[in-house]
Structure formats: structure tokens, C-alpha cells
Write a protein that binds this ligand. Structure first.
Ligand code: CMC
Length: 429
């Protein structure tokens, strides 16, 4: 006999089953609530709502724990690569050597964009935001593969997944080259995933970009740390779109749009813009913190706070260390890093942030690493999108493999006018 929660409404008692996850998390199953009681639940922003059961990523926001398929993020950051981690997320286990080789080969085979897709880049103004280009071109490239439209057919999934992971990176690099009026650089077969991205971003037709192992490793780590984060806004969007049986590319394109927002993936760009503003104004960060606390101006300390983490984001800890290490190796002194550290120190001692349990999140230090690598600020959220793509694919697959997947269709409490009559135009005041 399972556990139940008791709900009393209008004198009648209802027994709602309690479900438990493998880490002991508990939820009240309300799937029969409306049919039994006529009531729905109301939870704006879904802060208390589990939208699915998922076996991909586990987060304990109180204790600062993040695991992909059970493996702590700290271990993956120290021992794995982005591509190996992508395999883990999508297929549920660490690959054997043979599996990893096959996956890498599939990625390489699928990295070239169909020639006609390239013409899409011509239609954008040079100052177009690369997230707009990324979303549009991912969606457009789905037109080139009719097999994508067959949701039920799982036989092409491996190829589709590899194509999306590879092409997101190629589209991202091409959109950057286009925005700078630079010639497109094609991927090299001999380079691995992250090295190839740097090559496509920074090489010239007459001279290859010099790949520094520390730089490749730092960017690979950023991709890996962003690879999944359970039901975040963009992943929930991907799942929402996929629930209508939209194809993988259309679902991922929608995810890119959600990720673009400054409260989500766009925060990494917003952090650097905020740090630059503080630097230009000559403030050491204290005036900015005071402005954030003054609720009349609705400013936020970007890169701080999280819906789930009520302690230090474990990814932020890893990134902060990687940031210090990389800047030292490259012998870069970035005044924005000093400001970021001062802001963190001040905020962590301040009652406003302590009371609300606001700590640095993944976006607080990642921008400083990307600046040191030479990635322009408008590409930061694109980097997040490249990293998050395997997570979106893993969630898509999880839904596709689950015969109980239903279309996502929340309800609402209507608060508009009650029935009223149509007024002819001449009688309207
Ligand atoms: N600076 C100042 N105050 C903040 C901040 C912040 N960064 N974040 C939250 N608060 C305050 C907020 O004003 C509210 O105060 P009060 O109770 O007095 O009204 C309280 O803390 C709770 O905030 P909330 O907006 O209800 O919390 P939420 O869970 O809805 O929002 C968040 C989470 C991430 C959107 C928010 O913390 C935020 O806007 N942070 C800045 C943007 C950012 O860094 N986003 C990246 C998130 S991590 C990467 C990702 O997953 O996308």
C-alpha cells in the first residue's frame, strides 16, 4: 500500500497518491484531481510543479548537488569531455571506447551544413543577434531531412541527434563569421568538437588559428557544465514543443529562443554588460549593489540567484576556479574579474542576498573565461546553447521513448470579464 496525501474539499476527503523519486524526493500525484474534485492546482511559474518523471539529471538545490545520470558534475568536470558527457546524457550510460568512437564518427559525418542552408545566412543584417540566426537556421535545416518529420520512427534518431549537436556548432560559428563580414571557415575532419569550433570561429583562409590546449579545455568545460539542468526554462520549452510531436530540430529551435532571455541563458551576456557598466562608471560595485537593493529601479545582480539553488551553484564553483586558472596561464589581467569578485564578496555578506539565499550561478564567471578566449559578448548565449543541446536531445529522447507521453497542455484560472454582449460599433462609448 503506497503513501497518500489527504485533501479535504467541501467536506469530502480525497486520497492523493504520493510518488517518490530514487533520491527520496516526494510529490503529490494530482493527475486525477480534476476528474475527482473539479479543481485544478494553480502554480504560476511552476515553482512547485513537477511536469514529468525524468532519469537524466538530479539537482539538490539546498545542498548544491548536480549529477548527470547519477555522476557528480565535479567528477565529470575533472575526468570527462563534453562529447563523452553528451553521450552519457543522451544514451544513459558512459560510452565504451567503441561507442565513443562511433559517436564521434557520426558527429564528424554530420558536421557539414547542406550548401543551400548557407544561403540563409545572407538574409540577416550584419548586426543580427546570433541567437536569432541560430534558432532560425536550426529550424530551416530541418527542411533538408524529411525523415525528421516522422516522430514515431526511431531508426534515424542517432543520426538526427549527431547532426543537431554538430550543426548547432557549425551554424553558431558561421553566424559569427557573417556578423563580422569574414569568410566562412569549414570544420576540419581531424579536429575534435571544441577545437573545431574555435577553428571555425577564429581561423583565416590563409592562416589556422593556433589552438592552445588550455583554451580548448576551458571552452570544453563550459560546454560540459551547461549540458543539462533538468526542467529549466529552455528544456521545459523543448519538451513542451516536442510533446506536440514537433521534430527534434523544431523543438531545439524553440529551446534556443527560450534560452535567449536574460533571466535564463542571456544572463551570461548581461553579466559582462553589467560588469562593464560598473567599470566604466568607476564604481567598485558597492553603488551597484545598493541600486539592486532599491526595489524602485528593478535592477538585478545578473549571474546571481537561481530558482532551484539556494546555495552556491556547483557549476559556478568549478567555473570560478577554471577562470582563475585560465587567466593565469594566458597571463591576462581582466579588471572585470576584480569587480566580479568584489561584487560576490559584498553580496555574500549583505543581508538582502543572505535573506533571499542568492548566490553566484553558472553565468557569473563564465563570461570572463569567454572574454579571455576572445569570444565576443553577443556569442556568449550561443555558447550556452551549444552546451545545452545534448540535454535538449536527451529530454526529447526520453519523451519519445515513453509510451505515456501526452501533449503538454496546462490549464488556467480565468479572471477576465464574465459573459457580456457584443455592442455594435455606433453604440460604443
Ligand atoms: N538580484 C537581485 N535580487 C534578486 C535576484 C538578483 N539576481 N534574483 C532574485 N532576486 C530577488 C527578487 O527580487 C525577489 O525579491 P523579493 O522577494 O523582495 O521580491 C527574490 O529575490 C526572489 O526572486 P524571484 O524572482 O521570485 O526568484 P525566481 O526563482 O523566480 O528567479 C532567477 C530566479 C534566476 C530568474 C533570478 O534569481 C534572477 O533574475 N537572477 C538574475 C538573472 C540570472 O543570473 N539568470 C541566470 C540563472 S542560472 C542559468 C540558467 O539556468 O539560465
Amino acid at each position: 500500500m503506497g503513501e497518500f496525501a489527504k485533501l479535504e474539499v467541501d467536506g469530502k476527503v480525497y486520497m492523493l497518491p504520493i510518488v517518490q523519486g530514487t533520491e527520496g524526493e516526494r510529490a503529490i500525484d494530482i493527475s486525477q484531481l480534476r476528474s475527482q474534485t473539479g479543481l485544478i492546482t494553480l502554480d504560476e511559474g511552476y515553482a512547485n510543479t513537477g511536469s514529468c518523471k525524468s532519469a537524466i539529471t538530479y539537482i539538490d538545490g539546498e545542498r548544491g548537488i548536480l549529477r548527470y545520470r547519477g555522476i557528480p558534475i565535479e567528477e565529470l568536470a575533472a575526468k570527462s569531455s563534453f562529447i563523452e558527457t553528451a553521450y552519457l546524457l543522451i544514451y544513459g550510460h558512459l560510452p565504451t571506447r567503441a561507442e565513443l568512437r562511433k559517436f564521434s564518427e557520426l558527429l564528424t559525418e554530420n558536421q557539414y551544413l547542406p550548401e543551400a542552408v548557407k544561403y540563409n545566412f545572407e538574409g540577416f543584417p550584419s548586426n543580427a543577434h546570433p541567437m536569432a540566426i541560430l534558432s532560425a537556421v536550426i529550424n530551416a535545416s530541418s527542411c533538408f531531412d524529411p525523415s525528421l518529420m516522422r516522430w514515431e520512427d526511431k531508426s534515424s534518431f542517432d543520426v538526427h541527434a549527431a547532426r543537431l549537436i554538430s550543426q548547432v556548432r557549425t551554424i553558431a560559428a558561421f553566424s559569427y563569421r557573417k556578423s563580422r563580414g569574414l569568410p566562412i571557415i569549414y570544420p576540419k575532419k581531424s579536429y575534435k568538437y571544441t577545437a573545431n569550433f574555435l577553428h571555425m570561429m577564429f581561423s583565416m583562409p590563409y592562416e589556422d588559428y593556433e589552438l592552445k590546449p588550455e583554451v580548448v579545455r576551458a571552452l570544453d568545460l563550459i560546454f560540459l557544465l551547461h549540458a543539462d539542468h533538468e526542467q529549466n526554462c529552455s528544456t521545459a520549452t523543448v519538451r513542451m514543443v516536442a510533446s506536440a510531436r514537433a521534430n527534434l530540430f523544431a523543438s531545439a529551435a524553440a529551446g534556443v529562443c527560450a534560452l535567449w532571455g536574460p533571466l535564463h541563458g542571456g544572463a551570461n551576456q548581461a553579466v559582462i554588460e553589467m560588469l562593464e557598466e560598473i567599470y566604466q562608471s568607476g564604481d567598485d560595485g558597492s553603488k551597484f549593489i545598493a541600486a539592486v537593493k532599491d526595489k524602485t529601479n528593478r535592477r538585478r545582480l545578473m549571474g546571481f540567484g537561481h530558482r532551484v539553488y539556494k546555495t552556491y551553484d556547483p557549476r559556478a564553483k568549478i567555473i570560478k576556479k577554471a577562470c582563475d586558472d585560465l587567466l593565469e596561464v594566458l597571463d591576462v589581467h581582466d579588471p572585470l574579474l576584480d569587480i566580479a569578485k568584489k561584487l560576490e564578496e559584498t553580496a555574500l555578506k549583505d543581508e538582502y542576498f543572505i535573506e533571499r539565499r542568492l548566490y553566484p550561478n553558472v553565468d557569473f564567471y563564465s563570461g570572463i573565461i569567454m572574454r579571455a578566449i576572445g569570444i565576443p559578448v553577443e556569442m556568449f548565449t550561443v555558447i550556452f546553447a551549444i552546451g545545452r543541446t545534448p540535454g535538449w536531445i536527451a529530454h526529447y529522447k526520453e519523451m519519445m521513448d515513453n509510451p505515456e507521453t501526452k501533449i503538454y497542455r496546462p490549464r488556467q484560472i480565468y479572471v477576465g470579464p464574465t459573459q457580456s454582449s457584443f455592442i455594435p460599433i455606433d453604440e460604443r462609448k
